[in-house]
Design a protein around this ligand. Structure first.
Ligand SMILES: [Mn+2]
Length: 351
């Protein structure tokens, strides 16, 4: 464990303990399961973001430091833009078969076995117990009893992981702090989204005092993209369309755009926010068709519109202001369906 420098640790200048959780009982149940377990499998939702990966690695490193056997499983390798996170090299992309008796499955930043991707449902079935640490509104079934710490009011799953570690009295190393700090930065949009609370800053302060490097994390998250991402963005921005008197903005990426730029789906992270950045836009939509017939949609809202509810109608989910879904079909078909549905909420939206 890296000790904070004497400067940051000076009394009155840094937090000795992280802020407390508002749900101490749920926290105690989770902590008891982690403390009593010997063998763990940690996983998160497929196509993970910084909160999913940071939470998974942060908890994984803490379990290992506490002498537990922890397998960190994701269905695909850590996305390149998150590979800087300490411990990312320990992630395996094959789920362990079969699960050793006594294994505790911990599902992070995801409330549904089906969203873990390949092997998620089997892992949930075979595990001795299942713990869910999450903050999504949309919660689904695991087909069994699950111990959940789920709070949609919390800005990041990384915050819940920090509470769990604090409850256990396990040390927060610089590596763990970096992961949890990156989780919070990612899910608050670098402290810009309206989930950014005083608690988010208090936790960030604590994590920086434990060794997280804010400018290093910002550089890795926001200034380390391959050139092809910007080439793709250039093409995507040309597709901008605003509807409903400017309140709905749409962007689209076609298979051809991916082909000509060599960009991948992971390179489109946060593209939807360019649409939301328009002054009049309340609902931002980014439709991407990576392979023909295979469409993903990102939805964002600025203030009062619930995009989680909208995404759920299309088989997806998420948060009030940030959600998404995937469907088979053409981008054009799904765009038409979506606009038809949005016309119910936006009177002046004409098909
Ligand atoms: Mn999250």
């Amino acid at each position: 464990m890296t000790e904070p420098t004497s400067q940051t640790a000076a009394p009155g200048r840094c937090r000795r303990t992280p802020p407390q959780s508002p749900r101490p009982e749920a926290l105690r149940r989770v902590a008891a399961l982690l403390d009593g377990g010997e063998r763990f499998v940690l996983t998160c939702h497929a196509r993970p973001d910084g909160d999913a990966v940071g939470s998974l690695l942060g908890l994984g490193l803490a379990l290992e430091a506490a002498g537990r056997d922890a397998t960190l499983y994701m269905e695909a390798p850590v996305p390149p833009h998150l590979a800087f996170l300490p411990g990312s090299g320990r992630v395996v992309t094959e789920p362990p078969v079969p699960l050793a008796p006594g294994t505790v499955l911990v599902v992070l930043d995801c409330g549904e076995a089906g969203r873990v991707g390949r092997g998620g449902e089997r892992l949930a079935r075979e595990a001795t117990s299942v713990v869910v640490l999450d903050h999504h509104l949309t919660q689904g079934e695991f087909g069994r009893d699950v111990v959940r710490y789920v709070d949609p009011e919390v800005f990041a799953t990384g915050a819940i992981v920090l509470w769990v570690l604090n409850e256990l009295g396990w040390p927060v190393s610089a590596e763990i702090a970096t992961n949890l700090y990156a989780a919070i930065v990612s899910d608050t949009g670098a402290f810009q989204h309206n989930n950014t609370t005083a608690l988010a800053f208090a936790m960030a302060e604590y994590l920086v005092s434990r060794g997280a490097d804010p400018s290093g994390v910002a550089r890795a998250l926001y200034q380390s993209w391959p050139e092809r991402r910007l080439r793709l963005l250039g093409l995507v921005l040309h597709t901008l369309e605003v509807r409903a008197g400017g309140r709905i903005g749409l962007l689209q990426a076609t298979p051809e755009m991916f082909r000509t730029t060599g960009a991948r789906e992971a390179d489109t992270e946060d593209f939807v926010n360019y649409c939301r950045s328009i002054d009049s836009v309340e609902v931002a939509v980014f439709i991407r068709e990576v392979h023909a017939g295979n469409v993903a949609v990102s939805l964002r809202s600025k203030t009062t519109y619930d995009v989680a509810a909208l995404a759920q109608e299309f088989g997806g989910g998420g948060h009030f202001h940030a959600a998404g879904f995937r469907r088979s079909g053409s981008a054009g078909e799904i765009r038409a369906l979506l606009l038809e549905r949005l016309a119910r909420d936006f009177d002046d939206l004409r098909p």
